[in-house]
Write a protein that binds this ligand. Structure first.
Ligand code: CTP
Length: 399
């Protein structure tokens, strides 16, 4: 998303300025062109040579270059930028930006620019908590700037609290998410994810190895594209990075069905990514089953509801229902059969015969079948990239 983008990185005078060197490195690696603008006090923390070497461009700090007299136009710079990041942003620069105090090249450029602005504050906890900092940040937000909230932890003063500049990796993520086309804006997306646990007794259950990674990657992608997202999630260790994703936590297939049916009513797109246990014990022992008797207990199983097929029956014409098929043999015909028998609009096949696909991996290799009879096979990719392919295909087939 950052390939070819023109980014101004404003570095101000705080100890976190050393992290901005990594930030330049990551932005350049992502394909962005980076112009570093430093405030005079930033140069006390990191030498401009570090930034000019990493960005491949001379750092701008003054209104004109002393030895040549060359004028650095803040207006041209502001127009060149696709985005401006101020990281670290000190309390002083935040105050100047909020109040239009244009006494250095960075604030002047900020005031002339039309591009979106991202501000990553970094300061001691008491400065961060001061009402004037809070008010200035609120003002900046009200002008449409994006605040990348600082994290809590040990600060340069060795005090512990809120004020650490967000890590460069996360700043790059916020920025690249911003440039993702918002083609799911106004849509509600519901995703089932993870395994289900079918209780045997208070300490045992029937489950499977699903980790929920694919479902959660789909949720992140939908949120990046502007959808309102709900995950109906079985028990998993993964957590969504986006705070906008709603999680409805369930354990069993029955609970997952109830939650999914409720969420489906006003969903535009539903993706059945959960590895639902096909069977559950027909009886729950409310006390732990003991080993002392000689006889070996037999657990009788009953069939669980098929969530995808149930939603397939309840589906309205405007709703788009996607299933997954995890197969070990006759993959294509099994996937096509599930597409039709569950009344899905699309099915995503992953085969356990492909290495790097399936439960617990960070990658997946899929073939997508749509109900118009077409199919497309994709290479082995990260689950994030697979999620992007799935939404691209959904959007294409809805046109
Ligand atoms: N699914 C579901 N509820 C179930 C079983 C499956 O919603 N009780 C959904 C899965 O989330 C997936 C699709 O149906 O989107 C296919 O799941 P899969 O486990 O591949 O197939 P099954 O229908 O269970 O058939 P089989 O186990 O025989 O392959």
């Amino acid at each position: 998303m950052l390939k070819g983008k023109h980014i101004i990185l404003g570095v101000t005078g705080g100890i976190a300025a050393y992290k901005s060197a990594t930030l330049v490195r990551l932005l350049v690696k992502a394909g962005a062109e980076v112009q570093v603008v430093m405030t005079p006090s930033a140069k006390q923390f990191v030498a401009p040579l570090t930034f000019s070497t990493l960005s491949g461009k001379p750092v701008i700090s003054e209104f004109f270059t002393a030895n040549t007299g060359q004028w650095n136009s803040h207006v041209d710079l502001g127009l060149w930028a696709d985005a401006i990041i101020i990281a670290p942003a000190t309390a002083s620069t935040i105050g100047k930006m909020a109040n239009g105090v244009a006494d250095n090249m960075l604030v002047t450029t900020y005031l002339s620019a039309k591009a979106p602005v991202f501000i990553a504050p970094a300061m001691d906890l008491d400065m961060m908590a001061h009402p004037s900092t809070t008010r200035n940040l609120e003002l900046l937000k009200s002008y449409g700037n994006h605040i990348i909230e600082p994290a809590s932890g040990e600060l340069a003063s060795h005090l512990i609290g809120k004020g650490r500049m967000e890590e460069p990796e996360n700043i790059v993520r916020v920025l690249s998410d911003f440039f993702v086309p918002k083609d799911l804006e106004g849509k509600k997306v519901m995703i089932t994810a993870g395994p289900t646990y079918e209780k045997i007794d208070p300490v045992r259950f029937i489950g499977n190895y699903s980790t929920g990674k694919m479902g959660y990657a789909l949720a992140e992608e939908a949120a990046r594209r502007g959808a309102s997202v709900t995950i109906v999630s079985g028990p998993v260790a993964v957590k969504p990075q986006s705070s906008d994703i709603r999680i409805v936590s369930v354990q069993s297939a029955r609970e997952m069905l109830d939650a999914a049916q409720k969420e489906f009513v006003d969903s535009d797109i539903a993706i059945m990514c959960a590895a639902v246990a096909d069977y559950a014990p027909d009886h729950y022992a409310d006390k732990k089953i003991k080993r002392e008797k000689d006889e070996i207990p037999v657990i009788k199983l009953v069939k669980n509801p098929d969530i995808a097929a149930t939603l397939g029956k309840e589906k309205n014409p405007h709703q788009y229902l996607v299933g997954f098929a995890l197969e070990t043999d006759s993959e294509q015909s099994n996937a096509r059969h599930k597409l039709h028998s569950k009344n899905l609009d699309m099915i995503v096949l992953n085969s356990l015969r492909d290495s790097g696909a399936g439960f617990g991996t960070d990658t997946n290799k899929v073939t997508i079948f749509t109900n118009d009879g077409s199919s497309e096979s994709f290479d082995l990719k990260s689950k994030d990239r697979v999620a992007a392919d799935i939404f691209d295909t959904i959007i294409k087939s809805q046109k």
